[in-house]
Design a protein around this ligand. Structure first.
Ligand code: FE2
Length: 289
């Protein structure tokens, strides 16, 4: 594939490595939106990202946040989201590595938003086989930050997190921060006044070839980082099987193509938002009649 020309996609910050993945002085070759890039770690916190192949090489902007190294091909990118939970001193911050998923980035976001699959795909962990109902919730487009939020979500979970001691009615808030990033807040089993923050930032290598990074800022004094990563990765690997079998891999934005149900309110809001911003990368073009 050639490099995308879609200005909407190009003007997003996307992850290209996780911080710590590359030794100081070493480099990693990877790809975003069909463009080959080289990520060099020049210091403890310092990275340089340059394009290679095709046009003459150019240096790209870079920032390290939320355990990831981010870059953008655009001249006027949307700002990275603010997630203050990552600055709270007592939280466990972990990147959980990254997982390759062969589908479009939007399918990954939609899967993350979808509570209806918990009981079937994450049985006895995030959902119970006998409590499958998705209770109604609200979605909103927060225009000040241009994000999609789903609020007042609740779901019965047998083992909501590594720290959970038993079943609980988990409260969720979802936040779609860009076409390629989404996060959720879920109430902490041991402290109802606080929320765990769990993110997915997607690196689209090509239209249907992605790497998903899962930074988390969670309240859990007991579990080891290895346990937390294990829990998160095992959930995500269950999702990957489903995601890679979904057809078409590209996302159709024509509402007649896939009929949404009530549980899909957040995905309807997400698709409407994608359509309004006129993003083309990774989208299934409407077939001519
Ligand atoms: Fe899932």
């Amino acid at each position: 594939m050639t490099v995308t020309t879609d200005p909407v996609a190009l003007n997003e910050w996307v992850p290209c490595a996780w911080h710590g993945q590359i030794a100081i002085g070493a480099a990693l070759d990877t790809m975003i939106f069909g463009q080959d890039i080289r990520v060099e770690r020049t210091g403890d916190q310092d990275y340089r990202v340059t394009t290679f192949g095709g046009d003459s090489p150019r240096e790209l902007p870079v920032q390290t946040r939320y355990t990831c190294v981010f870059t953008t091909l655009g001249d006027d990118p949307r700002a990275l989201p603010e997630i203050p939970e990552f600055d709270e001193a007592d939280r466990r911050i972990t990147g959980c590595g990254r997982v390759g998923v062969n589908t479009s980035p939007y399918r990954i976001v939609e899967n993350f938003l979808d509570m209806a699959h918990f009981s079937f795909i994450h049985t006895d962990i995030l959902g119970a086989a006998d409590q499958t109902e998705v209770l109604s919730y609200r979605t909103e487009h927060r225009k000040d930050v241009d994000e999609i939020w789903a609020i007042d979500c609740t779901f019965y979970q047998p083992a909501a997190s590594k720290a959970a001691a038993g079943g609980q009615l988990t409260k969720y808030l979802y936040r779609v921060m860009s076409p390629f990033s989404v996060m959720l807040y879920k109430n902490v089993a041991t402290d109802p006044s606080r929320n765990d923050a769990i993110c997915v930032f997607i690196q689209p290598r090509r239209e249907t070839e992605c790497l998903a990074y899962m930074p988390m800022a969670i309240v859990d004094e007991q579990s080891t980082i290895a346990d937390i990563i294990d829990f998160q990765q095992s959930i995500f690997l269950q999702d990957r099987v489903i995601l890679e079998n979904q057809r078409p891999a590209l996302l159709p934005l024509d509402p007649t193509y896939e009929l949404p149900t009530r549980a899909d309110a957040s995905s309807i809001a997400y698709r409407r938002w994608l359509k309004a911003m006129n993003i083309r990368f990774g989208i299934l073009e409407k077939q001519a009649a």
